[in-house]
Design a protein around this ligand. Sequence first.
Ligand SMILES: CC(=O)N[C@@H](CCC[C@H](N)C(=O)O)C(=O)O
Length: 372
Amino acid sequence: MLTESELIQIRRDLHRIPELGFQEVKTQAYLLSFIHELPQEHLTVELWKTGIFVKVDGKAPQKTIGYRTDIDGLPLTEETGYPYASEHDGHMHACGHDFHMTIALSALESLAHQPADNHVVFLFQPAEEGPGGAEPMLQSEPMKQFRPDIIFALHIAPELPAGVVSSRPGLLFANTSELFIDLKGVGGHAAYPHLTKDMIVAGSFLVTQLQQIVARRVDPLDSAVITIGKITGGSVQNIIAEQARLEGTIRTMSPEAMKAVKTEIEKVVQGIEVAHDCSATIDYGANYYQVENDPDYVEKFAAIANDSGVTYQEASAAMTGEDFGYMLKEIPGFMFWLGVDSQSGLHTSRLSPKEEALSIGARLVVNGLRQL
Ligand SMILES: CC(=O)N[C@@H](CCC[C@H](N)C(=O)O)C(=O)O
């Protein structure tokens, strides 16, 4: 096992070089340099785009256990003030993938020195934040050779203390779909609105009407989220905007609910086109399938956690998304939250996970890989 200070050093090295999905070139090179330093006799390594598959042959294999880590960062400017803050302007590991990778490398190091009974496959997966690497990695040529019988993964949880992990049988994370709506009208002089089709006004109505879908079209005992995170449009204060663009995300508890919410969005957008005499296009971008945990493996994992000196708690389902859901759709397994005790949450510029959680996660993952 790597020491605490080795884990921290790796995490900080990776924290400095966040890269967006399918651009993880330095990250892949860093991971490969670590992997190449390990004893190679039990390892098979294969590259896939900016990702990596690594198989560790087992001593008396009956099955293959998979472990997946995501490797990409987010388009966000870091404000932690860390001496080891991101060296890539406007990019940050603000979702913990630096932690995820470090823990995977530590487990790999342990198994490369002392293999498990079963075969173990590590998937270093690009583009979790978008456009989604899990689904194409699952369908890739190398996956035919590396495909595991069981798979698991973790995600850091800022709100949980270090030393606590949580998960649940069944649905852990939501179905997600990105949402991009482009509106096109007629621009003109700010003093002559009657001669224009103002897309700032149309876009503003659209944002509020989209909220009505969750409030008035979704069963209150079911759940959904429509968030518009970004609006752009117009050029200056005294010109009526010809164009506006809304960017957001949809979250639901089932694929059926996702389909129904999208139908409602399309109706609302058609209404805006009529009411504001404009044209609109909708693009759903990347879509992720729900993370559905296998109850038997969650139960086994909870016992392994408790035996490893880590407190296991039952989680609630969350509206976060994860393209790992595609892997769990085809391969039984689970995902769990690893407590890292950060005041600032996921996708914030001050996310500050406690590094003591690295060794806890590393110990637990390697125990899972040896015992599941
Ligand atoms: C764990 C986490 O935060 N995951 C992301 C996944 C992004 C999905 C996609 N790009 C979207 O925005 O819909 C999340 O935002 O939940």
